[in-house]
Write a protein that binds this ligand. Structure first.
Ligand code: ZN
Length: 270
């Protein structure tokens, strides 16, 4: 018995509400207004199409490592504030057609050859690397695993119970339980990760400032991402990344905040 569409929509909405109530950043993230997002969108529209940088493999690896070491050298107080267990990072450069960077394991940070081609200077490279360091420092990797598991459990129990109450036979109950697990895990993972992306951007900006990178120049990375060809841009509900305009606007507010934070320590939420 398939889930009727209306009921599925209701269940999705319910999950979002539940997860919305129990998630949340631990940092006091800047709040952008619709006007600031509109302004960022106008800036994106007016920006020229992006170009590629040509660097040899060695030059790219050297750039990545030098940016990484500068950021690593100043991360101590930010790690200490977050009570992050490790404050050590490995930087990897991976040949891949995928335009991406990610944080994995306990300390790994990987940037692909394709993403590197679109990062114009050391400040833009620093914005990408510092963002991934932010995921490690804030402990996002473990958190997103547990939200996926939690969402799946919760979804399975909820839809299983709906099927039992509706007088479903054993096969129906099982099917609904499995549906609930899938939907719950997906929503758990993705709704949580948008908040994680915002936190990683925020922490990344502080790390960059501590290491003496130029935040205005580095912030052009959001333009590079926004100027991807239409076909590869993800914009649906489940896109884990906030829209570029949203990130650009938040980045500007973070720069202002950093200018009035002489200790260069991120602001903790209440
Ligand atoms: Zn991220």
């Amino acid at each position: 018995m398939p889930l009727p569409d209306a009921r599925r929509a209701f269940v999705l909405a319910f999950f979002l509400l539940m997860l919305g109530g129990c998630q949340g950043a631990v940092y006091a993230l800047p709040e952008v207004t619709p006007e600031e997002i509109a302004e960022a969108n106008a800036e994106i529209d007016a920006a020229p199409m992006r170009t590629v940088v040509s660097r040899s493999t060695n030059e790219a690896i050297e750039l990545l490592n030098s940016v990484g070491s500068r950021l690593k050298a100043v991360a101590g107080p930010v790690c200490a504030q977050a009570k992050s267990e490790t404050c050590s990072f490995n930087f990897n450069y991976k040949t891949s057609p995928e335009e991406n960077a990610w944080a994995s394991g306990e300390r790994d940070i990987t940037v692909t050859t394709t993403l590197m081609r679109y990062l114009m200077n050391e400040d833009e490279v620093a914005a990408a690397v510092a963002h991934e360091m932010g995921h490690h420092i804030a402990g996002h990797i473990g958190k997103s695993k547990s939200t996926t598991v939690g969402g799946g459990l919760f979804g399975g129990i909820l839809l299983g119970a709906v099927a039992v109450l509706g007088g479903g036979d054993q096969a129906t109950v099982q099917e609904w339980t499995e549906n609930g697990q899938m939907i719950g895990a997906k929503i758990g993972r993705l709704s949580f990760s948008k908040e994680h992306e915002r936190e990683a951007d925020y922490l990344g900006a502080y790390l960059m400032a501590r290491a003496g990178f130029n935040l205005e120049r580095g912030g052009a990375i959001w333009l590079r991402l926004a100027k991807q060809p239409e076909a590869t841009r993800e914009t649906d509900l489940f896109d884990p990344h906030p829209a570029s305009a949203d990130r650009m606007a938040a980045w500007k507010l973070t720069i202002q905040e950093i200018r009035s934070s002489p200790d260069l320590i991120p602001h903790w939420g209440s």
